[in-house]
Write a protein that binds this ligand. Structure first.
Ligand SMILES: [Zn+2]
Length: 387
């Protein structure tokens, strides 16, 4: 319905993935005799996130972001797809699904979690940790057996792990300040582990025999994606509308700008829409509630509403304009309106520290004149929603 499957942007990848899948399916009966009768199906989803997952009875999904962010070769992707098939063949989803959906809904967005495909979604290579390590190791072993019998070189399993680690590091490095802060479910609880990597190495002798007697896969000259190395490039360029929520505790530092003023603390709780997204970034609209304790200008506690229109022009920088209308919560006579434009630095796909420089105008009663208002804001924001 959203046009994310097999559309023109992923057609080339999808056709090649279908051929790879067909090679792998020929060997499933060794693992589970009835499985060759299943209605196996695979799709490449036109979304930029790094993930692949399986749902029951032979359905596998691969995200375009997995192929492109990791610059996967076909043999590496064959390992991931075969791993997902391993979960299918061992019916791993049955017992875990009911536990996963709520975790997934919190981590990625309720409305996405409730769409038909993804209601049964396992964020296998992405966000949460849906399966036990035992199941992951089992799926890896089945994946290795399938891929090697289908003629894919098993050394690709190890390079896949290397790429995952590199990508994970890159994501973490892009937010270096966060290393000291416990991270949410995002990537941190990723099911990859060194145990799995070493298990894959230990299996190499067994699977090299399968590979030796297989009908070898010959990789095509043209790679699956234009990306040549692991990257965190902004490649979510298809989505015209998506939702972002933002909770942002902030500290407003005006002392640096006006020697006689104090530091105050505030919180924004907002929900917004990314109206347009392209390789360059996107336009986003936010609205929500704002509370600030000890407003630096008049030492009041204000609560009210804000709206914000911004442009994210790469994953870290945003320009925005913001209108806040709030009432003094201690003294009902006062209100504050602030119209400001600023520059914000952060990582807009997950939790981030941010720093904002704001220049604007404020007035403290609707009848009073607008006055200059420069602020330096510092805070930590959590984003959630569909990315
Ligand atoms: Zn898995």
């Amino acid at each position: 319905m959203q046009g994310l499957l097999n559309n023109k942007d992923v057609q080339y990848q999808d056709q090649r993935v279908q051929l790879m899948f067909n090679r792998l399916i020929r060997h499933v009966d060794v693992i589970s005799p009835e499985a060759s009768q299943w209605a196996w199906e695979i799709h490449v989803v036109d979304r930029g996130i790094v993930n692949a997952f399986a749902v029951g009875a032979g359905k596998v999904m691969v995200y375009r972001g997995l192929i492109e962010h990791l610059a996967l070769s076909e043999e590496e992707l064959a390992f991931i797809v075969a791993h997902e098939m391993g979960h299918n063949l061992r019916l791993h989803m049955r017992e875990t699904l009911s536990n996963i959906v709520p975790i997934y809904a919190v981590g990625v967005g309720l409305s996405q979690a409730l769409t038909p495909w993804s209601s049964a979604m396992v964020m296998d290579y992405g966000v949460s940790k849906p399966m036990s390590r035992t199941k992951e190791v089992e799926a890896d072993r089945i994946g290795l057996e399938l891929m090697t019998k289908a003629g894919f070189n098993p050394s690709a399993a190890q390079t896949t792990f290397v790429k995952f680690y590199a990508q994970e590091e890159m994501v973490r490095d892009s937010q270096a300040y966060l290393k000291i802060i416990p991270r949410s479910t995002y990537l941190r609880t990723h099911p990859l582990s060194e145990d799995r990597e070493s298990d894959v190495k230990q299996q190499s002798e067994k699977v090299s025999n399968f590979y030796a007697s297989s009908n070898k896969f010959i990789p095509a000259a043209r790679p699956l994606s234009d990306k040549t190395s692991v990257n965190t490039d902004y490649i979510d360029d298809y989505e015209k509308l998506y939702l972002i929520g933002r909770i942002a505790p902030e500290t407003v530092i005006t002392r640096l700008l006006h020697a006689n003023e104090d530091v105050s603390f505030g919180t924004d709780l907002g929900y917004g829409w990314m109206l347009k997204r392209s390789e360059q970034g996107g336009l986003n609209l936010h609205a929500g509630l704002s509370y600030f304790h000890g407003d630096p200008q008049i030492k009041g506690n204000f609560g009210g509403a804000f709206t914000e229109l911004g442009w994210v022009f790469n994953p870290h920088w945003q320009v925005y304009s913001r209108f806040v209308s709030a009432k003094d919560m201690d003294n009902s006579g006062r209100e504050k309106q602030k119209l400001a434009a600023g520059l914000r630095w952060g990582n807009f796909s997950e939790g981030h520290l941010y720093l904002e420089a704001v220049q604007g105008r404020a007035r403290f009663n609707s009848s009073s004149p607008w006055k200059n208002n420069d602020l330096l804001e510092f805070g930590y924001a959590f984003n959630f929603g569909l990315f």
